[in-house]
Design a protein. Structure first.
Length: 254
């Protein structure tokens, strides 16, 4: 038990958590060292260390070997149909909705992109109306970061028949408006999209890429974009720590 007038590690964690949310320690900045915090809170380093472990498990901070502890809290970003509008995707020469969302919270979007011609997973092939087990798709994989903080893992799949030899094969953040704008320029403007969202634990590979604890939960979003004639031309899968998104949908009621 903590002594009267002394803070326990949960109370220390609570105070630090509130200061992080309030911007005292901004995202992507180096967090004060444990001796500094111990002096600030009048606590032992062991108590501060336990508080830090709590905050790291929550995804608020992340120790990095030789680089101190990084503040990884990001204000949750709204995931709604409005993010896919052309105005949002292309505003300020953004390379898609993610760029616009990250800049809106004062951080710098970064992209790590690879592309390849590949055999799509069965669920992707089915959604795109492609035969299973054939190398008939282009995949554009992206690790998306906000000022160095890994935020999302995306994989966008397209029928090779429409993506081959196009800007979609370029491995770089070169597309203003993202893949939807690129497809529109190629004559495949999308008019409808569906999304399936699953909450699950990350795989070990995903946890490593997102630099999160395997005990965290992620959102797994399966997005299918269709043209006016109901042709599916894009499947994008997104994996992101659950605490980074607020999901908002609107739909008619009958």
């Amino acid at each position: 038990m903590s002594q009267p007038g002394k803070l326990g590690f949960r109370q220390i964690a609570s105070q630090i958590r509130q200061e992080i949310v309030n911007g005292v320690y901004p995202p992507a900045t180096v967090f004060p060292a444990e001796p500094v915090l111990a002096e600030k809170y009048g606590a032992s380093r062991s108590l501060v260390n336990r508080a830090m472990q709590v905050l790291a498990a929550e995804g608020m901070i992340r120790p990095r070997q030789g680089r101190g502890t990084l503040v990884t809290y990001i204000p949750p970003m709204l995931h709604s149909p409005a993010r896919y509008s052309r105005q949002t995707r292309e505003g300020g020469q953004a390379r898609g909705a993610f760029d616009a969302e990250v800049r809106a919270i004062g951080l710098e979007p970064q992209h790590e992109i690879t592309t390849e011609r590949a055999i799509p997973p069965d669920d992707v092939a089915d959604a795109l109306g492609l035969p299973r087990g054939e190398e008939n798709a282009l995949v554009r994989r992206r690790r998306l970061l906000a000022s160095g903080i890994p935020v999302r893992l995306n994989a966008s799949w397209f029928p090779l028949s429409i993506a081959e030899g196009t800007v979609l094969e370029e491995a770089g953040p070169v597309i203003v408006g993202g893949v939807k704008s690129a497809l529109a320029e190629l004559g495949y403007a999308q008019t409808e999209a569906t999304e399936r969202i699953v909450v699950r634990p990350p795989t070990d590979t995903e946890a490593d890429a997102l630099e999160i604890s395997p005990e965290r939960t992620v959102l797994d979003i399966f997005h299918v974009g269709k043209t006016a004639d109901q042709r599916a031309v894009e499947v994008t899968t997104t994996v992101t720590p659950a605490h980074y998104l607020i999901i908002e949908n609107s739909f008619p009621l009958t």
